[in-house]
Ligand binder design. Structure first.
Ligand code: 0YR
Ligand code: MG
Length: 370
């Protein structure tokens, strides 16, 4: 089996109700720039990054994947994915210009597409190829009711619907409002509406400085919050280590870390409790697995961030022993051939061969018009 060529793909999927915001970003679309990798036996592997759908940067990512990395892959056997990852990551002229950022996102999309091909060639869903079991329980927590631009009434009714109608037992709400007291009012309203047994996660998307994070972080105890996510700048190891000493609520982070080495530094410093590696921010499944093993060896739970809109991570969660919980956001579901299925707040193990990011035929037609 040999790779013949790569083709670029850019998906831009609308978000819920036309626009969402957290404390640092407002977006109307979720971006999935990526690649199709074609093999000489007719199989096609798909892999994507996850972005805020800014077309000029999405073009750079797919161009890096197809034009810079692509020629290094042609003629190779895609099933030798770990070898190819090393080849692209360590011994390529592309990495001379970028150890993270666009080159890393491009490599991530390629790595996912290679694993997709490997799983398709084996005729297996990725979780099975990786040794997982559909008997494992992987719970979903839902982030799509908790956006910062929802007025408090909408926030409360969305969270109620997710729990009472849709069967989720855990939801995440965004913090980092201009007025920190407003954050506490919103959190309090959600806690009273949902009652004591539903788990609530919080995410400040890096908005605060350290003293404010300590101040608000200490108040979170009143609301029995599972974790406080990205309270301060996402790459500040020392700041998070100090915060972890100062508050009771556990810290979650990782969605913006590019490198396994960065996770090592956070974990070693005691600066993170819930580890949130993202297969589309790290360089794909290959690097994600290293981070998950590392976190697991420190007895830290691995709760992936949903940059792939959970299509790949669900496979990884059915296979990795550190995973029992995964974020869910539905924006890509109409664009994927086999969208993730959730029943009673738990993922249903996908049966289709591959790594889970194959677009629908209609999505592929829409792409050509971007
Ligand atoms: C919007 N999940 C997150 C979205 C989300 C972000 O900026 O990208 O809120 O990825 O923090 O935990
Ligand atoms: Mg987050």
């Amino acid at each position: 089996m040999k790779i013949t060529h790569l083709t670029p793909i850019i998906l831009h999927a609308p978000v819920t109700r036309g626009g969402i915001a957290d404390s640092t970003h407002s977006i109307t679309h979720w971006g999935a720039p990526g690649v199709a990798i074609h093999a000489d036996n007719g199989l096609v592997g798909y892999g994507f990054s996850g972005t805020h759908a800014h077309l000029p940067t999405d073009r750079l990512i797919v161009q890096c994947a197809t034009e810079a990395f692509g020629p290094l892959l042609v003629g190779e056997d895609p099933r030798e994915v770990r070898y190819l990852w090393e080849k692209l990551h360590k011994h390529s002229p592309v990495l001379w210009v970028g150890r993270s950022g666009i080159t890393h996102l491009a490599l991530g999309a390629i790595d996912i597409a290679l694993w997709d091909l490997k799983a398709k060639a084996a005729g297996l869903p990725l979780w099975k190829l990786l040794g997982g079991s559909s008997r494992k329980r992987v719970e979903a927590y839902n982030t799509d009711g908790g956006w910062l631009n929802w007025p408090i009434e909408q926030l409360v009714s969305d969270c109620r619907r997710l729990v009472e109608q849709d069967g989720y037992r855990a939801v995440k709400i965004k913090l980092g409002s201009a007025d920190a007291n407003e954050d506490l009012r919103r959190l309090g309203a959600v806690r009273s509406a949902l009652g004591p047994s539903v788990r609530i996660m919080t995410d400040a998307n890096g908005k605060w400085n350290l003293p404010l994070a300590v101040q608000i972080g200490r108040r979170l105890r009143e609301f029995d919050v599972v974790w406080l996510e990205e309270p301060i700048a996402f790459d500040d190891v020392g700041g998070h280590a100090r915060l972890a000493q100062a508050i009771d609520t556990p810290i979650a982070l990782g969605e913006q870390l590019y490198l396994a080495h960065q996770f090592r530094d956070f974990i070693h410093a005691g600066a993170v409790h819930y580890v949130q590696p993202d297969v589309v921010r790290l360089a794909g499944i290959t690097e994600w697995w290293q981070v998950a093993d590392l976190a697991h060896s420190y007895s830290l739970p691995v709760v992936p961030h949903v940059g792939d809109m959970c299509q790949v991570h669900q496979h990884l969660c059915f296979a990795h022993p550190g995973c029992a919980l995964l974020e869910y956001i539905p924006w890509l579901r109409d664009w994927m051939r086999h969208p993730a299925q959730i029943q009673d707040g738990h993922f249903v193990a996908p049966e289709a061969p591959g790594a889970g990011m194959e677009p629908t035929v209609e999505a592929l037609e829409r792409i050509n018009r971007i």
